[in-house]
Write a protein that binds this ligand. Structure first.
Ligand code: GAL
Length: 397
């Protein structure tokens, strides 16, 4: 299935790990609707690892664990579809899933058929216990092809953690998103490390196949399966803003049944979501890079990034209506200086001869202001915090 927007939804792994069951999924679905998440765009509910029995049945089919899912998977699909939600499931390209349940290697076509029969809309496909004799791209092509022929539109979500040069071949496989990183944990260090590694693979992102920076930890507050120290409100806000800015799929990972107001206000910030879901799906770009001379030009290798300020990236993204999204993400432990927070129009591709200026709206505070003399000055950004704006191009006079 081809998608032009990063998929949005909820996934069971971050909070519940193996502790998943029918009642939980139905309660999450109810909360998605009642608390307005579905209407904000979060439509996929994905059951991750640990949903099946440890053995296939005599015909070789995967069997949902009857203790966890007594009515089977089609029952869940119906419940979700009746509420305007989509159903996601999980398997793996190896012999076993990461938690040791049967996986799809040499069963790709049988399993794609089961998923289609259960009316699944999304398949997350992991990479544990894979045969070493088969190339990574072939393993993903096998399932991509099986899904494309299963008789149902199923979004293929590849999860090989960026290993084996995933970015070079993933678009060939039919995947609509690819995990470009290892697993996230609910801590600032994890968010920062993923952010910095992902700034180096931004250009692989785009329509049809989005870089997946892993599920959100916003609102976990140190609880659940990947809960560690938890993060502050500002850290969660930066995490959400940056994932959105970088076109990552946005899969909520906390228990949305019991979520505080701060968490809700982050996850449903419509202006930030609009940057993520912009119809053009353009990649963000670094604004505060070292200045390249035309002769030097950009080269797409790793050396290119060595001069980038990975501690205080300022990114911009062109939006479909002509606006520019601009974000400063302070991944460092010190306040951003005035010098670091200076953006000239030139850096954005807006020449002085245009006769234009920028009107900026701060997407977290709502404050609106105009840039002066061709410069945007972001004076304040505390450690682990961010400033995100939507800039409109207006006449200078
Ligand atoms: C990991 C994957 C996680 C989760 C887990 C389940 O490989 O990256 O997102 O799916 O397996 O065991």
């Amino acid at each position: 299935m081809f998608t032009t927007r990063p998929p949005m939804g909820w996934n069971s792994w971050n909070t519940f790990g193996p502790k998943i069951h029918e009642k939980l999924i139905m309660e999450i679905a109810d909360a998605m609707v009642e608390k307005g998440y579905r209407d904000a765009g979060y439509t996929y509910i994905v059951i991750d690892d640990c949903w099946s029995l440890r053995e296939r049945d005599a015909e070789g089919n995967l069997v949902p664990d009857p203790e966890k899912f007594p009515h089977g998977m089609k029952y869940i699909a119906d419940y979700l579809h009746q509420r305007g939600l989509n159903f996601g499931m999980y398997s793996c390209a190896g012999y076993l899933t990461c938690a040791g349940y049967p996986a799809s290697y040499e069963h790709e076509w049988d399993d794609a058929k089961s998923f289609a029969e259960w009316e699944v809309d999304f398949l997350k496909y992991d990479y544990c216990f894979h045969p070493v004799s088969v190339r990574a791209d072939i393993l993903y092509k096998r399932m991509g092809l099986a899904l494309a022929n299963c008789g149902r539109d199923i979004l293929f979500s590849a999860c090989s953690w960026g290993s084996d040069h995933t970015r070079r071949w993933i678009k060939e496989t039919g995947a609509s998103m690819w995990r470009s990183t290892g697993d996230i944990m609910d801590s600032w260090a994890s968010i920062r490390d993923i952010a910095q590694s992902q700034l180096k693979v931004m250009e692989y992102n785009g329509h049809g196949c989005f870089n997946d920076m892993d599920m959100l930890v916003v609102g976990m507050n140190g609880k659940g399966n990947v809960g560690l120290t938890g993060c502050t409100y500002e850290e969660y806000r930066l995490h959400f803003s940056l994932w959105a800015f970088m076109n990552s799929p946005l899969m909520i990972g906390c228990d949305i049944r019991q979520m505080d107001e701060q968490t809700r206000s982050i996850l449903t910030n419509r202006d930030i979501l609009a940057i993520n879901q912009d119809p053009d799906g353009r990649s963000p770009f670094f604004v505060n890079s070292h200045v390249f001379t035309p002769a030097e030009n950009r080269s797409p290798d790793d050396a290119f990034y060595k001069d980038y300020p990975l501690d205080t990236p300022i990114l911009a993204k062109f939006l479909s209506n002509g606006d520019i999204a601009i974000g400063l993400f302070n991944l460092s432990d010190t306040e951003v200086s005035m010098w670091q927070g200076t953006i000239t129009f030139d850096m954005l591709g807006l020449p002085a001869t245009s006769g234009k200026t920028l009107e900026l709206r701060d997407l977290w505070s709502g404050e609106v202001f105009r840039a002066v003399n061709g410069v945007i000055q972001i004076n304040k950004c505390a450690p682990h915090d961010c400033r995100v704006f939507r800039a409109r191009i207006v006449d200078a006079n």
